[in-house]
Design a protein around this ligand. Structure first.
Ligand SMILES: NC(=O)c1ccc[n+]([C@@H]2O[C@H](COP(=O)([O-])OP(=O)(O)OC[C@H]3O[C@@H](n4cnc5c(N)ncnc54)[C@H](O)[C@@H]3O)[C@@H](O)[C@H]2O)c1
Length: 268
């Protein structure tokens, strides 16, 4: 029987690693002694991220996940620096908030290219190295991977696709002892994308940030908003040695939003 990789510090590529969840995941990996490549399209953010992470185990990579050449170059750079990649976290992402009538073909392509094709290209390029090391892939989905949500049609389509890609690739790579899982968080307002969504809601509702955040928390069964730490904890769970038997899972990080409801007709 093929054995999964032995315990030890990881060699990771984190896309979207210069900001938000990606940066926080990179930090958590570094805290565990890992060597971490952070790939991001935004050069200025990458520079800032390297400063904040302040570790000689960080490899910053200018990466456009929509470009096969850029992805292959980044994977080759990881291999030449680390020897292997045993961990891939796909966190790069963009969103467009608009009614369907206002989504141009270019807008649609951009969201699908970054959020879905980018995950495919990175998984494909890293797969040989992951197979050689019995590695792990964690994709960042969304609550919009599971529920149709108006005004973010392209994002929803891409994020549903990420769950399908996760499950199909989990099946394909299982014989190589590679696990492929997905973390599906509800909104976190402190990251780049979270700030964009919050700003849109503020404009739309004419309400304060505090009012919006209180309203979203009230809609969550556990009565609070998600944090970056909640998301990082779920990702690190899938990367733990003790999670070696979990694959093809799309885990909701949502305070019970998608899995629970009050007894119909019962008073609150
Ligand atoms: N923040 C939320 O509320 C939330 C909720 C659910 C899921 N997500 C998902 O989490 C992931 C991370 O988002 P975040 O909230 O940390 O946002 P963020 O904007 O802070 O981080 C995203 C990073 O992706 C990078 N990026 C964008 N296009 C890229 C490309 N073509 N190639 C490489 N890098 C690219 C950006 O430069 C940025 O640094 C995304 O996949 C997003 O869809 C976010």
């Amino acid at each position: 029987m093929t054995q999964s990789k032995k315990a030890g510090p990881r060699c990771a590529l984190v896309t979207g690693g210069a900001s938000g969840f990606g940066l926080a995941i990179a930090r958590a990996l570094l805290d565990q002694g890992a060597r971490v490549a952070i790939g991001d399209i935004h050069a200025g953010r990458l520079q800032e991220a390297v400063k904040t992470l302040d570790s000689d185990r960080v490899l910053p990579l200018k990466l456009d996940v929509t470009s096969i050449d850029s992805v292959q170059t980044a994977v080759a750079a990881c291999r030449s620096r680390f020897g292997i990649i045993d961990t891939l976290v796909n966190s790069a992402g963009v969103i467009q908030i608009a009614p369907i009538a206002e989504i141009s073909e270019q807008d649609w392509d951009r969201v699908i290219d970054v959020d879905l094709k980018g995950v495919f290209l990175c998984c494909q390029a890293a797969a040989p190295l992951l197979c050689a090391s019995g590695g792990r892939i964690v994709n960042i989905g969304s609550d919009a991977s599971k529920l149709g949500c108006g005004m973010i049609v392209s994002y929803c389509a891409a994020k549903f696709g990420v769950v399908g890609l996760t499950k199909a690739l989990a099946a394909e790579l299982a014989p190589h002892q590679v696990t492929v899982n997905c973390v599906c968080p509800v909104g976190v307002s402190s990251t780049g994308m979270g700030q964009d969504v919050l700003s849109w809601k503020i404009r739309k509702a004419g309400a304060s940030p505090q009012e919006i955040l209180a309203a979203t928390a009230a809609g969550i069964p556990l009565q609070r908003n998600a944090t970056t730490e909640d998301v990082v904890n779920a990702v690190m769970f899938f990367l733990a040695d003790s999670s070696s038997f979990l694959t093809g899972v799309a885990l909701d990080v949502d305070g019970g939003l998608l899995s629970t409801m009050p007894l119909p007709g019962a008073a609150k």
